[in-house]
Structures are given as C-alpha cells and as structure tokens.
Design a protein around this ligand. Structure first.
Ligand code: GLV
Length: 319
C-alpha cells in the first residue's frame, strides 16, 4: 500500500504529478488559505505532510496525526513548524535550503535598487502621464558606490547578497550570532559588527536571519533610533523580525529614509499605513519566485518527503 500524504496546497504541476505517482495523495485545497481545523481534520490518517510557510504546523496538528513520519516544508524557513515538538515525537522535519539562495539574493538587490533609485514611484509617475521632460532634480535617489551595506544574518543568503553588493561598490559589514573566522571575513571582504554598531553605521540594512525567539522584533522602536535618517531597511526574511508599528512610524516621521519589504508582520495583511507611504516598496513575499527556483524547491520538498517515508535520510533535514 502506498503511504498516505497530505499536500496542503498545490505544488508546481510537474512536481505534483510526479508525487501523485509515488504516494496516495490528498490535496487539501486549491488555494493558499487552509483553515487550521481543516488541516487538523485531514492529517489524522497521514504518514507524510508536504506543507508551505503559510501552514502553522503546531502541537495540535502534530498530535492529530499519530502515524506521521515526516513534515516536508516547501520553504527554507521553518518558523511555521514546532520543530522541537515534532522531533520529540520522532517526526522528521525538512526544508528547501540552497536551491533558493541565489533567487532570494537577486530579489534583495532588486529591492535595494528599487528603493534607492525610487523605481516604483518613477514608474507610477510615467503611467500617470506626468513625465514632461528631463529635469535636473527629477526623482533623485541614493547612490550605492561607497555606501555601507549592513547584513543582519550572514548565512547562505546574506553571503550571496554580499557577493552581489561588492559589484556595486558597497562596503560590507555584518552581524550574526556565529561570527566567521578572520580568514573567511577577509575572503568575503565583510567586517563583523555588534548589532547596534551595524545599525548606526550602515546606509542600507538588509535582514537575512531566520525567525525564532532570538530574532522576533529584533528591529524594535529603540533600534530605529540608532539608524541614520538616510538609512534604508530591506526585509526579505520574515516580517515579525521587524516591529512593524515602529517601522511605519520611522518611515512616516523620517526617522529613516525608506524601506523595501517582501514580508510583513501579519502576512498576508499589510498595514494600511504602509500602503499610503511613497518611501516604501512592497512585494508579496516573492523572494524565491523564479521559475527555476520554485521548480527546484518543489522537487526537493517531494524528494525529502519520499526519502523520509522510505526510512532514508532526507536531503535537507532540519537538525
Ligand atoms: C521563503 O520565505 C522561504 O522560507 O522559503
């Protein structure tokens, strides 16, 4: 008998078709909202779960599935899953690292450039038919060369951003609880700073950390007070790392210059005050959204799931 698997939302078609040939597959919903009660009700007889960052897999969900062997998350972040509890029950948890590093770093650069050069505002200006000719002070922005990029979180994605940023002439500083060796820092040409030092020194601050108890509201009202009033904040990691209320206030009162966001504290809700501000570029959590990367993520999530169900070691186990 094939193992029973719950897929919470559709994967890209090729991956979902393949998965359907390998397991007894149940797709919970065609759209991206799955009420928790439904997840709990549908998981009860399943051996495997393939889920997404929008699905909260907490104790209640885990306890509802006595034969569950593996939770395969189609995302690198696993803050939606109670990993410690799953592990205590002998359930494997996997994610999709590496395959999305370059796409997410590309999107970070896109946001940095969009914000500093006011691309979205200028596009809107053209669409409103307001372009009446070249002008010396039309949409002045900030130049990147010679500025300092402060990376909070210096894992795979932070370093991939660093590689790109060097080509734009940015100086690099980083904060991470795991400091690199001096040799590695020299090779990447990035210098370590304590968080508060980084916030005070950086012209552009970009977040690439996981969401956990240590990083929840890491960027609070008090931290905004440390930043330059010309600072730009970029968040492509997880919304709750930034206290969104404090961010809105900082943008509204010019405490910082601008921000670029791909994630929100109460996703998918976006604070209405953010929607009204011109000095913020807003994206709908598309960091890894390229054809190439999303295909790799889907197949990696499927492969992890199948290996876990066969009792083999998955390719990317969350330890
Ligand atoms: C996206 O945010 C991911 O964690 O993969």
């Amino acid at each position: 008998m094939k193992p029973k698997v719950l897929l919470t939302h559709p994967l890209l078609k090729e991956a979902m078709d393949y998965l359907a040939t390998q397991v007894d597959l149940e797709l919970a919903t065609e759209n991206m909202l799955l009420p928790k009660e439904e997840l709990v009700a549908r998981i009860t007889d399943k051996d495997g779960l393939l889920c997404f960052l929008t699905d909260p897999v907490d104790r209640e969900v885990i306890d509802a599935a006595p034969s569950l062997k593996i939770i395969s998350n189609c995302a690198v972040g696993v803050n939606n899953i109670d990993v410690a509890y799953a592990r205590s029950k002998g359930i494997l948890v996997t994610n999709t690292p590496e395959v999305l590093t370059e796409a997410t770093a590309d999107l970070t650069m896109a946001l940095i450039l969009a914000v500093t050069r006011r691309i979205v505002e200028a596009d809107e200006f053209c669409r409103q038919k307001l372009f009446r000719g070249w002008k010396i002070d039309l949409f002045l922005g900030q130049e990147l060369g010679g500025k300092t990029l402060g990376l909070i979180g210096f894992g795979r994605i932070g370093r991939a951003v660093a590689r790109r940023a060097r080509a734009f002439g940015l100086n690099l500083i980083y904060y991470d609880p795991n400091r690199l060796s001096l040799e590695e820092e020299k090779q990447i040409q990035a210098s370590y700073r304590e968080l508060d030092e980084l916030l005070a020194e950086a012209d552009i601050i970009s977040i690439h950390a996981p969401l956990n108890h240590q990083t929840y509201h890491l960027i609070s009202a008090e931290k905004f007070r440390l930043m330059k009033n010309t600072a730009v904040l970029i968040n492509v990691a997880r919304g709750p790392i930034v206290e969104e209320k404090a961010l809105v206030e900082a943008l509204e009162n010019g405490r910082i210059w601008a921000a670029g966001l791909d994630v929100y504290e109460h996703e998918p809700e976006i604070d209405l005050r953010l929607l009204k501000l011109k000095n913020v570029v807003l994206l709908p959590h598309i960091g890894s959204a390229t054809y190439e990367t999303r295909k790799k993520m889907c197949f990696l999530a499927v492969e992890n799931l199948l290996r876990g169900l066969r009792g083999e070691k998955p390719l990317s186990l969350v330890e």
